[in-house]
Design a protein around this ligand. Structure first.
Ligand SMILES: Cc1ncc(COP(=O)(O)O)c(C=O)c1O
Length: 365
């Protein structure tokens, strides 16, 4: 059996024991909170991982690209929410897919609704969610605005469309300073969504689903009363950012990058993991010493070296802040696993120090 040290670099390592335990913990957590789980697969983009998630009980999957939707549908995952504001130029492709699987569309504008409601009659209705902005201020309608109630009413009244409900993403939880602040952001999301659903209900508009979540919000939330489903994604793998946010311990981070030292100097070394292996994510907003990646004290260790860091990255080069032997290997904990995973074609699946499998990463738009 191949061992980690024998791998050519850069390589993406996935610790299977850690992955399985992360999946199990979130399944239990959402069950305790009384909601269904619809994990976002943009983090792992991997059929084998989605199959493990399905074994733990899921309502369906969340995707962010039509490519992901197509690939996962082709592998038998037929209940998908495309949790990205509808891309009008991709509507024909999305409709093709919606004809053969249950694909939830997400919109936050009358313009997107007009594109859907003016389609010729179809055999299958189109399932539509409204994206709601609960404080992240990225996409979504204003939950207090009359226009949001009108948009929901217009969807419900359009023949050929089914109003599924309201959907939010608490990305603002990434700015929470501690567990209490993150739990408060999750609670704010819950309250805003439940109140909006009540207002819609009193206007005679049936809200079938209230879908919320991000990994920090779902790991710190105390209560999800009234919510129907949670859509965390990052929790499967975690990363250094989630560690600083208190969502996980270092031991619970499932992906790492194995890199080699290729050039050594008095005050730094060059490794073969730059932006195209680690990404350029600058890491958690409130890290005491920001870096492009933290390094384990040796490739077999579970402890971070307190001082060794990836201090900068260019395309293929990474710079670490110490003189190290050329040819030696480093195991790096990425700042943001979703972006790091999307730099690789496959995971080297490991148990302990042994490579036990190789799983494809389905990247595409
Ligand atoms: C719409 C939407 N839902 C859910 C998620 C999952 O959140 P996280 O990556 O924090 O698990 C994301 C992530 O960006 C998202 O954009």
């Amino acid at each position: 059996m191949t061992r980690i040290e024998a791998l050519p670099t850069p390589a993406l390592l996935l610790d299977l024991d850690v992955l399985e335990s992360n999946l199990g913990r979130m399944s239990q957590r959402v069950e305790r909170l009384g909601v269904a789980l619809r994990p976002h697969i943009k983090t792992h983009k991997c059929i084998e991982i989605a199959k493990l998630q399905r074994q733990g009980g899921i309502a369906g999957l969340t995707v962010s690209t039509l490519y992901e939707a197509r690939v996962f549908a082709d592998h038998g995952f037929n209940d998908l929410t495309w949790a990205f504001p509808l891309v009008l130029s991709r509507l024909p492709e999305a409709l093709d897919l919606a004809a053969r699987s249950r694909l939830g569309f997400v919109i936050d504008s009358e313009k997107a609704l007009a594109a859907l409601s003016s389609l010729p009659p179809r055999e299958n209705p189109i399932h539509v969610w409204i994206k709601v902005d609960c404080g992240y201020h990225r996409a979504g309608v204003d939950p207090r605005a009359e226009s949001s109630l009108r948009l929901a009413g217009d969807i419900a009244a359009s023949s050929g469309l089914i109003f599924e409900g309201i959907l939010s993403h608490s990305g603002d939880a990434y700015y929470g300073q501690d567990s209490d602040e993150i739990a408060a952001i999750a609670e704010q999301e819950r309250v805003i969504m439940v109140e909006l659903a009540e207002r819609l209900g009193s206007s005679g508009i049936e809200v079938r689903g209230i879908s919320v979540g991000s990994t920090p919000a779902m790991t710190h939330a105390h209560d999800l009363d009234g919510v129907t489903e949670a859509r965390p994604g990052n929790y499967a793998l975690f990363d250094y950012t989630q560690h600083v946010l208190g969502s996980c311990s270092i031991d619970e981070c499932a992906v790492t990058v194995l890199a080699s030292v290729v050039s050594s100097h008095a005050d730094h070394s060059v490794i073969d993991a730059g932006a195209l292996a680690l990404s350029k994510d600058p890491g958690p907003k409130h890290d005491e010493v920001p870096s492009m990646g933290r390094v384990f004290s040796d490739p077999g260790s579970k402890a971070l070296d307190p001082d060794l860091r990836v201090v900068s990255v260019s395309q293929e080069h990474g710079i670490v802040n110490r003189e190290l032997a050329v040819g030696s290997k480093l195991r790096i904990l990425p700042n943001h696993s979703c972006l790091t995973v999307s730099c690789f074609d496959d995971y080297q699946v490991v148990r302990g120090d042994d490579i036990v499998d190789r799983w494809k990463i389905w990247r595409g738009r």
